[in-house]
Design a protein around this ligand. Sequence first.
Ligand SMILES: Nc1nc2c(ncn2[C@@H]2O[C@H](COP(=O)(O)OP(=O)(O)OP(=O)(O)O)[C@@H](O)[C@H]2O)c(=O)[nH]1
Ligand SMILES: [Mg+2]
Length: 226
Amino acid sequence: MYVSIVIPTINEAQNIPVIFERIKNTLKGYKYEIVVVDDNSSDDTVGIATSLGAKVIKHDFRRGVGYSVMEGAVNSRGDIVVIMDADGSHDPAILPNLVRMVEDKYDVAKASRFIHGGHMEERVISTVLFNIIAKMLLNIKVNDITGGYLAAKKECFNIHPFFNDGRWILWFMFSNRTRKIIEVPYIYRKRVTGYSKYGGIKHLKRGFNYFSCLIHLLMLRLIASR
Ligand SMILES: Nc1nc2c(ncn2[C@@H]2O[C@H](COP(=O)(O)OP(=O)(O)OP(=O)(O)O)[C@@H](O)[C@H]2O)c(=O)[nH]1
Ligand SMILES: [Mg+2]
């Protein structure tokens, strides 16, 4: 099966060559493409990604990471779509595992920080707590609902980008909750270089947004079960 790796970016020029090289080394033997969906980077992310052979979708303004991910997935040629960050947090070493799971029998192979063998280097307590609560309330049988690293069948991405920022993954997992899902452990690393698009006060706002998203999804779940 053909694999498309979709990477949303803003100003990741320094990280792109590193992550591309690592993907190349781990996906030897696979037919794959890399699709970079860029939200108007002011550095040379687009030029570098293009020169390294990626398909690049470029926006003239910030469309959002949720929109970028769905657009990249839907416009990719892969039967299997992988979503990962550009900044080195998502270790490409597990790519063959993720892809194999979807090739075998699963619809979604979710990279997980919270199963045996998984771990995360930062923001541990808030993320762990949120995931426990979200898993319970939404009845999604996945331990890591917030990390945006996964492989899935293409059709799983046929959903409206309803939550158009880091919450896209909550929405994605909620929308696909009845499909066959497996978790694959990985260690979430701090970004290699560059800056967080959610740093400082944006981080607090992000926490608030995640909780409001959770309430929203909970209501949808209750309505759906009536
Ligand atoms: N297209 C697009 N990409 C984005 C947007 N926001 C973030 N990204 C990319 O999405 C990935 C995750 O963003 P990060 O800034 O690393 O977010 P984070 O991992 O929560 O924060 P860090 O702690 O800095 O790693 C990176 O590849 C970013 O370049 C956006 O609005 N649009
Ligand atoms: Mg990051």
